[in-house]
Design a protein around this ligand. Structure first.
Ligand SMILES: Cc1cc2nc3c(=O)[nH]c(=O)nc-3n(C[C@H](O)[C@H](O)[C@H](O)COP(=O)(O)OP(=O)(O)OC[C@H]3O[C@@H](n4cnc5c(N)ncnc54)[C@H](O)[C@@H]3O)c2cc1C
Length: 511
């Protein structure tokens, strides 16, 4: 097999280690995958490779002021470990919860940090993935052979955020920081700060910085929808007062939240104008009748076409009402030495500019994929339920929900993968890949996400790299957790959609 350096790797390469399953990434999804493998597939030996120095993924790499979850931790936390704190949690609280999960499930021995996977090549003859990873400590290349690849790489590049290429950036005399690469030594006390962007990250950074900065301006091109509320969940509080067991409180609260989210999402489609008026009415109540809510907090799209950010205790709006923060809605013309020049010619003066401008999507961990050494472009494949791909054997991909918590889907997929691995073991299958049924060979294919449904810019930028979807729910990432949590455990593993092969490459007949 041809490796990146042009050498031929053989199966008896003494330097390569073998694992049944390789999990990419030790974020919330990779840790879930490890817990499920331990519990449901105890005989599979597995390794988690993580590029960073520690676990946590998003919660390890993001260190900007005020960094916190946007989802409640009853649903962002795992189903199997009750969350007992306030629902919106800081990155540190999430990391310490994940640390307990790793310890309680004895996962430390399965995780290898500072290893970035560079290449993955599926070998049909040997029914294995040949993996090349760089050990970031000594820059050595490490080789692994694995039967199954479980992609828990998240959805964006952790080492650099997305920053548009504005004119004049180098003319700016102050400091520029992206929330994904927050400089430890950034001092903003009594400084003028401009935060570019108005998504969930900006909504967190602005009130956190406004506490000590001279003034913070949130500069946005387009307004975002926000929801506000107490950082508490009534049903959890009531159940706690009744001395109900924490495991029950966790489960009941999860169900209630998921139910309410589904109802809200359905209303965004069935009565978007009414929901829009409610959301904007709430902001008007918080900012008073004289504030120009129409200009700064009325998005041009229907609710939920982009993520709706939750602002606990309305802290962003309190900072604005107190005059510590303000909002400017305008286009940037260019950066100048003193700050940012807007289209109107007005200059927003700044000592510090925070570019909360989003992600660079990282579709498959920036790994070069190949099948029998031929480069694999995932856009040539069709997704099976947003987790496997036609023509790609022994690979599962975790991509969570945009509207609900990511973790819910990580666990639904984890349950499915464990069932699939056990099924293959029982039947002696060495590989599995989904394929369109004969009756589906003419199925219309589309980009991965329907633009009408959900269309943030980072996703639109990545569509040419993402797998395609078909015109039935089985061939798309539905974003519908009620449907998935009911259907995934019932997926018939002997359906003709799954092509199993033995070591001799022959297709195995369904049971
Ligand atoms: C600031 C912020 C707040 C968020 N808040 C929420 C929220 O409240 N609710 C919600 O549902 N979602 C939220 N999200 C989305 C969030 O990223 C996911 O919910 C979740 O944390 C993703 O977990 P993950 O394990 O799938 O991926 P990640 O957290 O992205 O972790 C992936 C890990 O894989 C590693 N990795 C990637 N490629 C490779 C490779 N080639 N080799 C080795 N390792 C690799 C990375 O280093 C990383 O540690 C938020 C995102 C951000 C940025």
């Amino acid at each position: 097999m041809l490796m990146s350096n042009g050498n031929v790797e053989t199966t008896n390469d003494k330097d390569s280690e073998h694992f049944d399953v390789l999990i990419v990434g030790a974020g919330i999804s990779g840790v879930a995958a490890g817990v499920y493998l331990n519990k449901y597939c105890p005989s599979e030996n597995f390794l988690i490779l993580e590029a960073e120095e520690s676990f946590g993924g998003t919660w390890w790499t993001h260190r900007s002021p005020g960094i916190r979850s946007d989802s409640d931790l009853h649903t962002f936390g795992y189903s199997f470990k009750p969350w007992v704190g306030p629902p919106i949690a800081t990155a540190n609280e999430i990391l310490s919860y994940m640390g307990e999960v790793i310890k309680e499930n004895r996962l430390e021995k399965n995780i290898r940090y500072k290893h970035r996977i560079l290449r993955a090549n599926w070998c049909n003859a040997e029914k294995q993935w040949f993996i090349e990873a760089e050990c970031l400590e000594n820059k050595e290349l490490k080789h692994f052979r694995v039967n199954f690849l479980w992609m828990c790489q998240g959805y964006y590049r952790h080492n650099e955020g997305y920053t548009p290429n504005w004119d004049g950036i180098s003319d700016f005399k102050g400091r520029i920081a992206h929330p994904e690469n927050w400089p430890d030594d950034l001092d903003y006390k009594d400084k003028k700060v401009v935060v570019i962007g108005s998504g969930a990250t900006a909504a967190t950074v602005v009130p956190a910085m406004a506490n000590s900065a001279k003034h913070v301006t949130m500069l946005q091109r387009t307004p975002t929808f926000f929801r506000t509320g107490r950082n508490a969940i009534e049903i959890a509080e009531t159940l706690r007062e009744l001395n109900i067991d924490e495991a029950w409180i966790h489960e009941i609260t999860r169900r209630k939240i998921m139910h309410d989210q589904t109802t809200f999402t359905a209303r965004c489609r069935s009565e978007p104008e009414k929901v829009r008026d409610e959301l904007i009415g709430n902001i008007r109540d918080l900012l008073g009748p004289d504030y120009d809510v129409e200009k700064h907090f009325t998005p041009p799209y229907r609710p939920w076409r982009q993520r709706i950010a939750f602002v606990p205790d309305a802290d962003l709006f309190k900072s604005i009402a107190d005059g510590k923060a303000s909002v400017v809605t305008s286009q940037i013309d260019k950066f100048v030495s003193k700050g940012i020049q807007l289209e109107s010619g007005e200059i927003l003066e700044a000592d510090v500019i925070v570019t909360a401008t989003g992600f660079n999507m990282n579709v498959m961990g920036d790994i070069d994929f190949a099948i029998d050494s031929a480069p694999l472009n995932f856009h040539d494949t069709v997704t099976y339920r947003g987790m496997m791909f036609t023509g790609v054997p022994n690979l599962a991909w975790v991509f969570g929900y945009f509207r609900g918590s990511w973790t819910i889907r990580s666990e639904i997929i984890a349950g499915f993968v464990c069932r699939l691995l056990n099924h293959m073991k029982k039947n002696g299958a060495k590989s599995v890949e989904p394929a369109l049924r004969k009756t589906e060979s003419d199925m219309a294919l589309f980009d991965w996400m329907d633009d009408e449904d959900f269309n943030p810019n980072y996703l639109k930028r990545a569509l040419p790299l993402l797998p395609r979807r078909g015109d039935s729910f089985e061939w798309r990432h539905t974003q519908d957790h009620w449907r998935e949590q009911t259907e995934f455990p019932l997926i018939n593993l002997d359906d003709e959609v799954f092509i199993y092969r033995g070591i001799d490459n022959s297709v195995m007949a369904a049971e």
